[in-house]
Design a protein. Sequence first.
Length: 243
Amino acid sequence: MSRGAIARYRHLQKTAFHWALDQGFRVAALDVRVAKIGARLDVAACKFEPPRKVRGANLLKAGPVVVFECKSDRADFLRDTRSEEQLREQLKGLHGRRSVLEESLRRDFPTLREGETLFPEYDVYRFENVGGSPYQELLGEIDEVSRRLYSKGKVAKMLRWKGANLYYIVAEEGIADPSELPAGWGLIEQRMAGAAVVVKAVWQDSPDANRWLVATRIAMAATNALESKLSSELKHSQRWFGV
């Protein structure tokens, strides 16, 4: 990877990092290694929930986790997602049909919106409650094409493991088309004016144990980064003072 590509990639990581902090994910780190899936998360962040009293004891529950994949060029995006032209076109058409159908259901059944999620901004519409078999079959097609499209890449590993609640691709404009995103993933574009959410990620259920593991890996990655920075500063000061 050229110096320019590395610089763009690092800039995307910083964009994702600061976006997560702005959204209230106050524990975050770059280059979070998770041996469980044999992959490194470009950026990961989490929130910690306050302990709750359950039968007289304090119960700690893992908070929500968000993961970001940063793509500095289109070839990088396609390589990690194992995209193929025919499948991408098929997925684009399916997403288009879904958008039309959901807009119709949203208009005809405004009471579908649920307000029971932990975070209001991720409230969902239960389209399956009124969409019937056609809607369920469409979702099945999208899942199947997505599985075939992303079956071998890093993206698929994260989705299968279910270690986070939200997943985002972070890229410059023109790198990733919304129709090419894995099912449920969001897209954040780096623009001149700053980060813009083009597609909002769909909330995914994730086991507490998996989220706790990601949280500990975030802490370890942050500690390693700080240790490296302090070591570099210490060596510099030793040279300055002739130690």
